[in-house]
Design a protein around this ligand. Sequence first.
Ligand code: HEM
Length: 191
Amino acid sequence: MSPPTPPLARQLRDATRDAHRALDHHPALQCLLAPTLTREAYAASLLALYPAHATLENRVCQEIARLGLRLRVPRRLSHLTDDLGILGLTPEAPASETAHPPTSPATLAGELYVLEGSRLGGQMIADRLRRTLGPGVPHAFFSLAMAPEEWPRRLAELEALCPPGQSDAALAGAHEAFARFHHQLDTHFRA
Ligand code: HEM
């Protein structure tokens, strides 16, 4: 039986439900699930995802290092680069972020929730891609499977990162991470 959802995880899920819905309805991501998806539209989606994911992944990994935390986070950006390469495309490097104030562990918990949560829908997207574009379609980025015990373990880590009374900072971190991701897709998606 899986362990009960920790309180912070429940708060994060409730507080960001609308942000997730807005994101998974974004044209850059909706098209991935459409039976009419073409290889060109898939490539356009990956090109928009690159800066969005790069910004989030780089930021989280830099802050983990800066704070000296022993958290292991799988890097997926190289998979995205490889998928694009197979499609004959080179991603645009993300604009270097304007300096952001150092993140607190609680804020980082919210950002890490968004980064790792974004893996949860990946398998479903990968299955859909194989059906619409065929088994040869490159989809390593979406295929990094999450073992069943991995998500509950991650949620427990988030809880441990967030000291009592600082859940507002974690919620703000998650909201900002979703908002930045959405903004990047708006900026870079060319249908
Ligand atoms: C078409 C695109 C997407 C689809 C279809 C999708 C689908 C899903 C699904 C099915 C789950 C729930 C998995 C489960 O409960 O076992 C989930 C969870 C989640 N997704 Fe997405 N997702 C998409 C895009 C994203 C993106 C781009 C992000 C963030 C950048 C994201 C962040 C999250 C988070 C944080 C959760 C955890 C929610 C929770 O606390 O239970 N998703 N997604």
